[in-house]
Design a protein around this ligand. Structure first.
Ligand code: FCB
Length: 438
């Protein structure tokens, strides 16, 4: 039975649409992100992921970088439209061949492949039928999980079903700043339920074809009431339920938090499928969220406000390592023995990194960021939270969704014209940390 390497797992994360490029090669179908990014006004710099970091062709170079870094695992995502161009029917063999080459080369390099099955790039044909608003998409996702795991189930060392279903629902279907660009506000709730149902169906399919652990990668953000009136506290609780609990309580058999879900889409048996046991919980953490009571007449039960007490990244996100510890301790306290082991599946920051004339790229802010978050992780471990790994977002600067190429999250700088990779100083720093740890 394939196993993850023992001990604390160091890794890096990426996702298909953000790095692969090659969007029309080898029979790949169109995804919602191809459509969305080609629509004028959606992406700040007007770019698409058509080339991205060209990792579809350059993955051997990327694997060589990971080997140099010394990570034990690589979390990448499989592009559903490469495997099933229309999201239904038999597999496109060329799509699976690509991921097989990637996985085999990782294993040859001694790096455990951790595959995410859905990192937001839904086949456009499924979107045309409603996307995740349509219950059928959950069933399609289960079938797709079976196709991928039938081919790769003996070699992928850990599976992640979905990436950040909360963010996909809220930015993609509620607010419309991400693909597919729907602005349904609370009417977007079926997207939560159908993703979770798809997750449960995928877990079962993965179990049929693979002995490797199965997880989901949720995005979590501690809700901080600002300034702290009773209305602010209530708003923070409402935000916490929506962001942090809707996508976790039902996974762990607790059903949806009261008042945070539209139960009309929930059918008999769904909650059992959603609660199919998982082996680990992936935690993506970037920042806490400031929340206050809403203005009169607001359609939302909360309002988001900036948190002033923290420095910010180039994305404007607060740098708050204490939020990571708080979050881990809260999950541990909230779910107790129901909580499976945790892997931090994304943690990282964007800064405006440049390559100097001497060819180096200094990113001291990222080093401080990673150092602070690793210390927070150790504190949470000392508090009894079972955290087994840390994956940095990201290996490479890449195509950051609606921000296009304007936000650099990599340990490795990428020149988006020449596609030249230049490891930043944080890369060397992390390499030493990993070595020391070993
Ligand atoms: C996460 C996404 C990832 C990347 C980082 C910065 O929400 O999962 O693809 O965009 O944020």
């Amino acid at each position: 039975m394939p196993e993850l390497p023992g001990g604390f797992l160091w890794g890096v994360s990426t996702s298909a649409y953000q790095i692969e490029g090659a969007t029309t090669e080898d029979g790949r179908g169109t995804s919602i992100w191809d459509t969305f990014s080609a629509t004028p006004g959606r992406i700040v710099d007007g770019t698409t992921g058509a080339v991205a970091t060209d990792s579809y062709h350059r993955f051997p170079e990327d694997i060589a970088l990971m080997r140099e870094l010394g990570v034990g695992a690589y979390r990448f995502s499989v592009a559903w439209p490469r495997v099933q161009p229309d999201g239904i029917g038999p597999a496109n063999a060329a799509g699976l061949d690509y991921y097989e080459r990637l996985v085999d080369e990782l294993l040859d390099a001694g790096i455990a492949p951790v595959a995410t099955l859905f990192h937001w790039d839904l086949p456009q044909t499924l979107q045309d039928r409603g996307g995740w608003l349509d219950r059928e998409t959950a069933h399609r996702f289960g079938e797709y999980a079976a196709l991928v795991s039938r081919r790769l189930g003996d070699r992928v060392r850990m599976w992640i079903t979905l990436n950040e279903p909360f963010v996909h629902m809220s930015l993609g279907y509620a607010l419309g700043t991400h693909a597919p660009g729907e602005q349904l506000l609370f009417e977007a709730f079926p997207v939560a339920h159908h993703q979770l149902l798809g997750h449960g169906l995928a877990v079962a399919a993965l179990r049929d074809h693979s002995g490797s652990p199965v997880a989901i990668a949720n995005n979590y953000s501690p809700a901080r009431p600002v300034p702290g009136s009773a209305a602010d506290l209530a708003a923070a609780a409402a935000y916490d339920a929506l962001h942090n609990r809707v996508f976790t309580d039902p996974l762990l058999g607790l059903g949806y938090p009261e008042g945070a879900a539209d139960l009309s889409v929930v059918r008999d048996g769904d909650l059992d499928v959603i609660a199919t046991p998982i082996d680990a919980l992936g935690v993506n953490y970037y920042n806490p969220t400031g929340v206050r009571g809403p203005e009169d007449g607001s359609p939302l039960p909360f309002e988001m406000v900036p948190l002033d007490d923290y420095p910010t990244t180039a994305f404007g996100w607060p740098v708050a390592p204490d939020g990571l510890r708080e979050l881990l301790v809260t999950l541990h306290g909230r779910y107790g023995r129901q909580l499976p082991p945790i892997y931090i599946t994304e943690s990282g920051c964007a800064y405006d990194d440049v390559v100097s004339a001497d060819g180096t790229c200094e990113d001291p802010d990222r080093i401080a960021y990673l150092d602070g978050h690793l210390a927070a992780l150790r504190d949470a471990q000392a508090d009894g939270v079972d955290v087994r790994g840390y994956f940095v977002w990201s290996l490479l600067d890449n195509w950051e969704w609606a921000e296009g190429f304007t936000k650099r999250f990599g340990l490795v700088h990428v020149d988006f014209e020449s596609l030249t990779r230049t490891p930043k100083s944080s890369f060397a720093w992390l390499r030493e940390r990993i070595r020391d740890h070993r």
